[in-house]
Design a binder for this molecule. Structure first.
Ligand code: 3HC
Length: 311
């Protein structure tokens, strides 16, 4: 890229200006945004699978309706984000292909199974809680379409987290068996939720450049710390125990010291060896194949209408 153009671009970023699709941007800026927004969108779509598993198993009609609404919201979040990525010159089909053949990622958290109903509470409380912690700053990201998509998405996420916490409250204040189920869900989702914020800042390959371009507003470790500080009192209120014997209040930093997740496990999940990676990719590949006739029919219909207009 031309150094003068780069300097002018960085000055716009430093001045807090929004970059719009038709503006000049460095190749690397475009590439990073396609990667991050595309993987964010994939996370929304794949994230429907662990929860979808419980729509037919929800304990009451009300819980079923709430979960259905949440899963539908996630599909919509995926669509907003694919639209934002398309403004960068990549098609939704290309992004989908890169998900299906493993060239693009989705959030590691969705490779963990939802084994009990309490898991649906833990997903709403912890996974959507972590997603909110990450997405609120992203409303100020420098790329216009991404920032505007985030503003819309954040409005819906708080409902997702609240309904999850409501499930956890019900279980934690229920029978002994329900409380054990809630504690088991917290035990299994705590560390994978910490992993959602990405590797430690020292291990993060993209953070420095992404923060210089204000694509990433806060560091991985900074957001992880904020999430822990917010969540510890919530677990206490539920009467549940965070599965970390090293969790101690640090007066100096006015925050909790906590054990790091198992980063070997994290990078293993990213390599495709998590508990549900194959199942998730099979489900997405099957949905793509099973939907081919719908896409073909829509294209044929559009072509017929176009030919009729031209005739
Ligand atoms: N899962 C999968 N991959 C991850 C990851 C995770 N939890 N954390 C990091 N990675 C990947 C990165 O994508 C990168 O790999 P790549 O070069 O192939 O893309 C590599 O690990 C190195 O990590 P970095 O920290 O250097 O990468 P980033 O600067 O991109 O930071 C991120 C990672 C914080 C996840 C950032 O990409 C981000 O903020 N993304 C947008 C938010 C997002 O995608 N959230 C996912 C959850 S959305 C969700 O939960 C939906 C909710 O409604 C339930």
């Amino acid at each position: 890229d031309d150094p003068a153009l780069l300097a002018a671009f960085q000055a716009r970023i430093d001045a807090g200006e929004k970059i719009e699709p038709k503006d000049w941007m460095p190749q690397g800026y475009r590439k990073t945004l396609i990667r991050q927004i595309g993987q964010h969108a994939h996370s929304e779509i794949v994230g429907q699978l662990p929860e979808g598993n419980w729509i037919t198993r929800a304990p009451t009609l009300e819980r079923k309706a709430i979960l259905l609404a949440k899963v539908q919201d996630e599909a919509g979040h995926g669509l907003y984000l694919y639209c934002a990525a398309e403004t960068l010159g990549v098609s939704r089909d290309e992004l989908t292909e890169m998900l299906l053949d493993g060239r693009m990622k989705y959030s590691s958290i969705f490779n963990y199974p939802t084994l009990t109903w309490a898991d649906i509470g833990a997903v709403g409380w912890l996974v959507d809680g972590a997603a909110i912690m990450n997405q609120v700053p992203l409303q100020r990201t420098s790329f216009g379409p991404y920032s505007r998509a985030m503003i819309r998405i954040c409005k819906e996420e708080s409902f997702h987290q609240r309904q999850g916490y409501d499930i956890m409250m019900k279980m934690a204040q229920g029978t002994e068996a329900q409380k054990r189920m809630a504690q088991d869900a917290l035990n299994r989702f705590w560390y994978p939720s910490l992993m959602m914020f990405g590797p430690s800042d020292a291990e993060s390959v993209h953070s420095a450049q992404s923060m210089a371009w204000k694509i990433k507003i806060d560091s991985n470790d900074g957001l992880r710390q904020k999430f822990v500080d917010q969540t510890v009192p919530q677990a206490k209120y539920l009467g549940l125990t965070i599965p970390d014997d090293n969790l101690t209040w640090n007066e100096d930093k006015q925050g909790w010291d906590f054990s790091e997740p198992d980063w070997t496990e994290f990078f293993n999940v990213l390599k495709g060896n998590g508990p549900c990676n194959h199942e998730r990719m099979e489900a997405r590949n099957k949905a793509w194949d099973d939907g081919a006739w719908v896409r073909d029919g829509l294209l044929a219909h559009a072509e017929k209408k176009r030919a009729a207009r031209v005739a």
